[in-house]
Design a protein around this ligand. Structure first.
Ligand code: HEC
Length: 144
């Protein structure tokens, strides 16, 4: 977090060039995706019964997913197709409608606010399905 803050400050101080703007969008979306994943792990443990239901964590997770869905539309500008070790597929830009539909589905699933393990068991699969659907269509496989 410190390093990120320093980098952003440095970027602003030097003046935002095209390359910097591009790598910034890539690093921002990857940062949000990492948070997505941390929350998915915590919530999934509750669904499986490996961890007790924790309303605070669940609300934080759904709130972060919804916030991420709101930010995603602006984090794939035309100049962020490559660089920054991005795994974003070109299809995001050739099929923007389809990609936007995945973002909308994500926002919809993340709008749920489960209050107990039963409602969580209904709401969470919709979220994890859209993570998988969007990755399948618009994210390249990880390099080994
Ligand atoms: C609308 C499409 C979309 C949705 C929804 C989505 N992702 Fe992603 N995700 C992507 C794309 C595209 C990338 C590649 C980003 C890049 O490398 O520039 C990515 C990358 C990632 C990464 C790798 C980040 C890194 O450091 O390289 C993780 C982890 C991840 N997503 C988790 C999730 C989880 C968990 C969810 C659901 C809660 C989710 N994503 C929902 C499109 C999506």
């Amino acid at each position: 977090m410190m390093i990120r803050t320093v980098l952003i400050t440095a970027t602003v101080a030097i003046g935002v060039t095209g390359v910097m703007a591009q790598s910034d969008a890539i690093s921002q979306r990857k940062e949000l995706m990492k948070k997505n994943s941390q929350h998915t792990k915590a919530v999934s443990a509750m669904v499986k019964g490996d961890a007790p239901f924790d309303a605070k964590v669940v609300t934080a997770a759904f709130t972060q997913w919804a916030d991420t869905a709101a930010q995603l539309p602006k984090l794939f500008p035309d100049d962020s197709k490559s660089g920054g070790e991005t795994r974003a597929l070109p299809k995001i830009w050739t099929d923007r409608k389809g990609f936007d539909a995945e973002i909308a589905a994500f926002a919809k699933a993340a709008a749920a606010r489960p209050t107990d393990v039963e409602s969580l068991k209904k709401a969470f699969p919709a979220v994890s399905k859209v993570c998988g659907d969007c990755h399948e269509g618009y994210r390249a496989a990880a390099k080994k």
